[in-house]
Design a protein around this ligand. Structure first.
Ligand code: URA
Length: 240
């Protein structure tokens, strides 16, 4: 059972400031289990209580978890003075204060990105000690040699001396183009591009397709996002 203050929950779920949430409460616009509640500090049971604002009841949630199919051209940041961010392209119905992307995809990388306002959840995904694998599909300039795969799978050393953990690599062709699926549990700057560069190849296009056992929803077009289910949230922490 999670008990949370009424004004905090309204601010989070209705994407308004805490001050505006208090005003809504003071103006008798908020009911709890059918009764007007005038106490901002009222403790709400997230799992059991029914809260309405201006007559609209909503499912109260402390946090939100969003799956985005990131398109090219947007940056994985919360704000940017010049460029569009992944937060800018989230629809208003899912927007909340404090949303941020769990990790970074390069501006030209597409695919699965989780956006949340839950710092602890994001930490579990991003921290290397939690060993969450991320799977990418890369279109390459040249086919991979068997010895490239052996080097990538046994832990390759990048040009700057960084030693990578062993990856899982599966070559394939994508519409006749050389390609590979690569599964890693690190998230260093340009990690996948630099790993392929270290075997003399070049990534032409990169798409993240999976985090843990959570796959990018094939029905989610590029640029679109939706809330994740409880099951999907847990799939992230299950080994593939
Ligand atoms: N590795 C890269 O090189 N780029 C990404 O966007 C993600 C992983």
């Amino acid at each position: 059972m999670g008990l949370k203050r009424l004004d905090k929950l309204i601010a989070l779920n209705c994407n308004v400031s805490r001050k505006d949430a208090r005003k809504l409460i003071k103006d008798s616009a908020v009911t709890v289990n059918g009764r007007i509640c005038l106490r901002a500090e009222e403790l709400i049971d997230i799992d059991a209580d029914d809260v309405s604002v201006k007559g609209y009841s909503f499912t109260i949630k402390e946090h939100i978890y969003i799956m985005l199919n990131k398109p090219k051209g947007v940056v994985s940041a919360t704000r940017d003075p010049a460029k569009k961010t992944v937060i800018d392209i989230i629809p208003d119905s899912l927007k909340r204060k404090s949303l941020f992307p769990c990790g970074r995809l390069d501006r030209d990388t597409t695919g699965l990105l989780i956006i949340t306002d839950d710092g602890a959840y994001a930490h579990r995904i991003m921290s290397p000690s939690h060993h969450v694998y991320k799977t990418y599909e890369a279109i390459l300039s040249f086919p991979l040699y068997d010895e490239d795969i052996v080097r990538l799978e046994s832990g390759i050393t990048l040009d700057d001396g960084t030693e990578c953990l062993p990856a899982k690599v599966e070559p394939f062709t994508d519409n006749g183009l050389p390609a590979a699926r690569i599964c890693i549990r690190e998230g260093n700057y340009h990690q996948v591009k630099r790993m392929f560069a270290a075997v003399g190849n070049h990534v032409e296009q990169l798409r993240r397709i999976q985090i843990g056992s959570l796959r990018l929803d094939p029905k989610l077009p590029e640029g679109e996002s939706r809330e994740m289910t409880e099951e999907e949230m847990q799939l992230v922490f299950i080994d593939q």
